[in-house]
Design a protein around this ligand. Structure first.
Ligand code: PEP
Ligand code: MG
Length: 516
């Protein structure tokens, strides 16, 4: 507690939590700005640079060892990138050439090189690589003039680290049990440092007026990374308010959870008749995916009447809740009882929509049953395994002619497309224009994007993230609802990540409804 005046500054939250402690300023002067020009001994300068590179590599390898049990994949990705940069022949020879040619210090040479990369590289993905280069260059410079590392390693418990920019190495370098919070000026929410801080539950705020902090006569501070505040020299009353930080965090997180629960809709994937009896849980907003292939249980193609009975009964049971019926997704690994002649030479090409179009009697019977059931509920007809816009156009034509024949208004159903092949994801704008809704099949989309059947859906790979962003953007641009189904959402953390990307309709297996 302090006798000086309390000052409250607002800040952007990068990692939630509350931290108390004493401030520790890092690189109060910009390491790149030191000793810009000098008369130098070239050989000595090159030797110093090479030694610093060697020392930096050793440090990164050491950090990698210390983080061997860290579950966050990004930690390893960053550290491996740092090692690659430290061994990059293009970068290293460029620095050595400049040391030979230019009358500048290594600090200035690395700064110039970094500025050139910053100006040249505008792509957001490679921008992150530039910040990795910046992080590595800072480490190299510190090893030429070791200062910051010493400070980080000699830090006391309950330290609040303040710097213009917090970089991953700052977090790697410190014993995280000694850090109460991070404060920075320019670090962004998506930066690697922020991701690591979130995974370690270290409060982190940014976008702060650092001059105000520097100019205040500061003893203690509180970082409130729930409300986005930094409190310098808190009064006794303020301390009282924050006394029970864990309870404050818990109540904040409960409120956030309630907000998220209100914002999202949980649907279920149904894959058997038995499951159809369990859809009356209040949490369930409807059926997000009826895998109609289960109707082949009698080892034959289900008749139109058999199908209508199931669809109609379920539609009535759901009342007006959405009921997504997917057309038979047969072929490839879903060639039930060989009803449709399997063709091993075109395992991939004859599945879902393409196979249905080759078996029009099956397709028309199923559409007829769905149209008749559509008079009893809120039905969404979903086209499986779409690989070409023409498949959607042809199926829509068949639906239209059956609607006319049966005299059923087109308004009784909505028509949607599964986005579960990479080609459908890449063509999602054209598809979104053509249909009423989209449904992402995370199982097949990952399988075929990674060309692997063993891909772990628990890891949110950046390639999938890019595809999801494209799909969600197309759905928003064309104002079409988008559902997400498949096994990916058996993991709550991934669900929260997808929510942050704008996903709101999740279709999960019945056993996973309880997660929400
Ligand atoms: C998917 O591919 O994610 C999906 C929902 O469809 P299925 O698992 O039935 O292939
Ligand atoms: Mg699928």
């Amino acid at each position: 507690m302090s006798l000086a005046n309390e000052i409250v500054l607002s800040a952007q939250i990068l990692s939630q939590g509350i931290g108390f402690g004493k401030p520790v300023f890092l690189n109060s002067q910009n390491i790149f700005e030191e000793n810009s020009y000098l008369k130098k001994d070239i050989d000595l300068e090159i030797l110093k640079f090479e030694k610093a590179i060697k020392k930096s590599k050793k440090e990164v390898l050491e950090i990698k060892k210390n983080f061997a049990n860290d579950k966050l994949k990004i930690t390893f990705d960053i550290l491996n990138t740092h090692l690659e940069i430290l061994s990059d022949p293009v970068i290293l020879s460029e620095v050595v050439n400049r040391i030979k040619k230019e009358n500048k210090s290594i600090h200035k040479i690395l700064k110039d090189l970094l500025d050139e990369y910053k100006n040249r590289i505008k792509d957001p993905f490679f921008k992150e690589k530039v910040s990795d280069i910046s992080d590595v260059f800072k480490r190299v410079l510190r090893n030429i003039k070791s200062s910051k590392t010493d400070l980080l390693q000699s830090m006391e418990k309950k330290s609040i680290i303040i710097s213009d920019e917090i970089i991953p190495s700052d977090i790697f370098e410190t014993d995280s049990s000694k850090i109460s919070a991070f404060i920075s000026v320019i670090t962004s929410y998506g930066s690697h440092a922020a991701i690591i801080a979130r995974s370690k539950n270290i409060p982190f705020v940014s976008n702060i007026d650092i001059e105000k902090i520097k100019n205040s006569n500061m003893e203690d501070m509180i970082v409130d990374a729930l409300q986005g505040k930094v409190i310098i020299n808190p009064t006794k009353k303020t301390y009282e308010k924050y006394k029970n930080a864990p309870a404050l965090i818990e109540s904040f997180q409960t409120k956030e959870k309630i907000k998220l629960q209100k914002d999202i809709s949980i649907f279920v994937n149904i894959s058997s008749l038995k499951e159809l009896d369990k859809i009356n849980d209040k949490k369930i907003s409807g059926i997000g995916l009826l895998r109609t292939e289960f109707l082949f249980f009698k080892k034959q193609i289900p008749s139109q009447k058999e199908q209508l009975d199931v669809y109609k009964k379920t539609a009535k049971n759901l009342k007006n809740r959405p009921f997504v019926i997917r057309l038979f997704d047969l072929g490839a690994d879903k060639n039930f009882y060989n009803i449709i002649q399997s063709n091993k030479t075109c395992f991939f090409s004859t599945r879902g929509a393409a196979l249905l179009l080759k078996n029009q009697k099956i397709l028309k019977d199923q559409i007829t049953a769905i149209l008749k059931a559509s008079l009893f509920g809120n039905i969404y007809l979903l086209i499986p395994f779409v690989k070409d816009l023409s498949e959607i156009i042809q199926i829509k034509k068949i639906i239209k002619s059956l609607q006319e024949e049966l005299k059923i208004s087109p308004s009784t159903i909505k028509i949607g497309s599964m986005i579960e092949t990479p080609v459908a994801a890449l063509m999602v704008d054209e598809i979104a224009r053509e249909v009423d809704f989209l449904s992402i099949g995370t199982n097949d989309l990952s399988r075929y994007t990674f060309a692997s059947d063993t891909i772990s859906l628990k890891e949110f790979h950046p390639a999938l993230e890019k595809l999801f962003i494209m799909i969600i953007k197309a759905a928003n641009d064309f104002k079409k609802p988008v559902f997400l189904c498949g096994e990916m959402i058996s993991d709550k953390k991934i669900m929260e990540k997808l929510y942050s990307l704008g996903m709101k309709n999740f279709s999960v297996s019945l056993k996973n409804v309880q997660l929400f």
